[in-house]
Design a protein around this ligand. Structure first.
Ligand SMILES: [Zn+2]
Length: 68
């Protein structure tokens, strides 16, 4: 479970594992695809490599992956 701000309804919502439609590992991190409560398809990049240089760890994001 993780929080996400939807690009469609602009609400910050809790996303549950049952809403996740796919998890794809890439060199840049893990692309999580899910359906918002409003019905919009959303994606989020997560994992330790997401959006940061390799030298900058982002440990808080790993918790989101473990919960999903
Ligand atoms: Zn939404």
């Amino acid at each position: 479970m993780f929080a996400h701000r939807c690009t469609s309804c602009t609400q910050r919502q809790l996303i549950f594992p049952s809403q996740v439609t796919s998890l794809v590992n890439t060199d840049h991190g893990i692309i999580v695809a899910f359906t918002c409560w409003c019905g919009a398809d959303q994606t989020m990049l997560t994992g330790k490599n997401a959006g940061t240089p390799a030298a900058t760890p982002a440990p808080a994001r790993e918790d989101a992956v473990a919960a999903a």
